[in-house]
Design a protein around this ligand. Structure first.
Ligand code: LLP
Length: 416
């Protein structure tokens, strides 16, 4: 990984105090997701301000966390929305976004989804293949409409993130090879039912080196120049999301420097510069609050701390071997001892941390798993008929339950 400027402090928002977390656990039960509005505001404003007076748009990547309370909060800050499914488009609309604030991405959009996207006249439908372009052109023509198209290009750049969340290599399923793009844009220009509005790129997520992000931006800007020279006008360059956060608590890539590099690449294009941040806006703003339900250790064997949260609430360690800090809400005095912190689920991959040094914990203690504002609740499941946990939003000195815990009846309501 190449060196990058560090942002050790980031927006200064104090962590939630133990009293508040205990009150929340008492009122809402555990496990529970707890988010801090102030942290989301600070992260948004830092990114937004970094663009200065360069024409730009921030499209919040809803996939990171599409809870209504979070999406509404982000919208209130002036954000647009990046939706990756029709479900997310509809949620964005219900949260008050106008169709003209929403971009729609996805590697396998269904016919009915494209029809709805055309009918809504979304800001951009990010097209991922020649076949999709063709289907979209016909759908729009049948309705007598003109679909606003951005082409998602694949620049064949290694994001150097976890392979499961890298998307910018030609071996990945995403987008069209960037050298195929000019011909496809000519195709768009030739079809009356399509209008070219942008170029889209997204090379991966949890990217901690700014260099690949900058190179991807440069490749898009280069393509925009070629299009301009060919007389094809577009409106925006969409550089996707992907900026990582410091899960280990060390220095994080600096969002301000990230924007500076985007502006350096694209600022001279005269086009609106768009980004689709997810994790960097909400990731550090959330914790998963859980309770210790068992501690076990046999002589010569590992020590297991078993929580009431598991991979159903936070899948990232199981899926990507991801690191999340785990901390007791009220650390007990004593020497930290290594433990495997695990969930209650019947799979060995239901493990949040191995050999983690933790202060002594006892059954009944509360712990937080940090940085779970992004891709935690959003990727939750009902495996083992476990109910989806409540979500709590702290705003200043106040907090409220923004989603109640799912009940068994909620869960069974779909079944005959
Ligand atoms: N735009 C597009 C087209 C995307 O596919 C994504 C994420 C984003 C924006 C937002 O990326 P972010 O700024 O959050 O990195 N479940 C994984 C992450 C998957 C990300 C998928 N796409 C995880 O837990 O790490």
């Amino acid at each position: 990984m190449s060196a990058h400027p560090a942002a050790p402090a980031g927006p200064a928002v104090p962590a939630t105090d133990a009293d508040t977390l205990e009150q929340i656990a008492a009122a809402a039960g555990t496990p529970a997701y707890v988010y801090r509005a102030d942290a989301i505001r600070a992260a948004y404003q830092q990114l937004d301000a970094a663009f200065g007076d360069v024409p730009h748009a921030i499209h919040y990547a809803m996939k990171a966390n599409s809870a209504l309370a979070i999406v509404r909060l982000v919208r209130s800050l002036g954000s647009g929305a990046d939706a990756n499914s029709m479900g997310e488009v509809e949620v964005a609309l219900r949260c008050g976004f106008a169709p003209g604030d929403i971009v729609f991405t996805g590697v396998g959009k269904r016919h009915d989804e494209l029809e709805r996207a055309v009918a809504l006249n979304l800001l951009a439908i990010n097209v991922e293949s020649p076949g999709e372009l063709d289907r979209l052109a016909h759908i729009a023509a049948d309705r007598g409409a003109v679909a606003r198209v951005a082409l998602r290009v694949n620049p064949d750049i290694d994001a150097r993130s976890h392979p499961h969340i890298s998307t910018g290599l030609k071996s990945n399923k995403f987008g069209v090879p960037i050298d195929a793009a000019p011909a496809l844009f000519r195709d768009v220009a030739a079809r009356p039912s399509l209008r070219a509005v942008g170029i889209h790129v997204h090379i991966g997520s949890q990217i901690t080196s700014l260099d690949p992000l900058e190179r991807a931006a440069e490749s898009v800007v280069q393509l925009a120049r070629e299009l301009r020279d060919a007389g094809i006008a577009i409106e925006h360059l969409d550089f996707g999301g992907g900026l990582g956060i410091a899960y280990e608590g060390g220095p994080a890539p600096d969002p301000v420097e990230y924007v500076r590099r985007i502006v350096r690449a694209g600022g001279g294009s005269g086009l609106k510069l768009a980004i689709e941040p997810g994790r960097v806006l909400v990731g550090a703003a959330g914790v998963l609050l859980a309770r210790v339900v068992d501690v076990k250790q046999f002589p010569g064997a590992r020590r297991f701390v078993v929580l009431d949260a598991g991979m159903t609430e936070l899948m990232r360690p199981a899926l990507y071997n991801a690191y999340h800090r785990i901390e007791p809400v009220r650390p007990r005095p004593g020497t930290p001892v290594p433990a495997d912190v695990v969930g209650p689920i019947c799979e060995s991959t239901d493990t949040f941390a191995r050999d983690r040094l933790l202060p002594p914990v006892e059954v009944g203690d509360l712990v937080v798993i940090r940085d779970t504002g992004a891709y935690s609740a959003a990727m939750g499941s009902n495996y083992l008929r476990r109910p989806l946990p409540p979500e709590v939003l702290i705003d200043g000195a106040e907090w409220r339950v923004t989603r109640r815990r799912q009940t068994l009846d909620d869960m069974l309501a779909l079944e005959a």
